[in-house]
Ligand binder design. Structure first.
Ligand code: ZN
Length: 111
C-alpha cells in the first residue's frame, strides 16, 4: 500500500512544537483503517507554564497518553500516542503541558 497517499492530511492535528516521530498504519483486518501516530514534545522545548504563564522549558515524563479521534473525518480511526510532557516552571514547579489536540473543540477523546 502506498502509505500516506491513502489518507487525508492529518498533519494539522499535530502542531509545533509537538512533532510526529512515528506512524503505524493498520489496515489489514479492520473495516476502518487505523493510524497510530506517535508524537512527542522534544525535551527542552519552549512552553508556557499552564498555571502562571511563565516561560519554561519542557521535561519529558515516562507515562504515555493515548487519544483517539472518533470523528473519522480523516477516513480512519486516528490514534495519537504521546509521552506526557511537563513545563518545568521556575516559579511554581512542574505542570503537565496540555496537548494541542486536548482542546475541548477537538474531536479527540482520551482513552
Ligand atoms: Zn508556573
Amino acid at each position: 500500500m502506498d502509505g500516506d497517499a491513502a489518507f487525508p492530511d492529518i498533519s494539522g492535528c499535530i502542531r509545533a512544537p509537538w512533532k510526529e516521530v512515528d506512524r503505524i498504519v493498520c489496515d489489514d483486518a479492520l473495516s476502518v483503517p487505523e493510524v497510530n501516530l506517535f508524537v512527542e514534545l522534544p525535551e527542552g522545548s519552549a512552553v508556557g507554564c499552564p498555571v502562571c504563564g511563565a516561560e519554561c522549558t519542557s521535561i519529558n515524563g515516562n507515562e504515555e497518553d493515548i487519544w483517539v479521534d472518533l470523528s473519522r473525518r480523516h477516513g480512519c480511526r486516528l490514534v495519537v500516542r504521546s509521552r506526557v510532557a511537563f513545563a518545568g516552571c521556575p516559579n511554581c514547579g512542574n505542570h503537565k503541558v496540555q496537548f494541542v489536540w486536548e482542546d475541548p473543540e477537538s474531536d479527540f477523546t482520551e482513552c
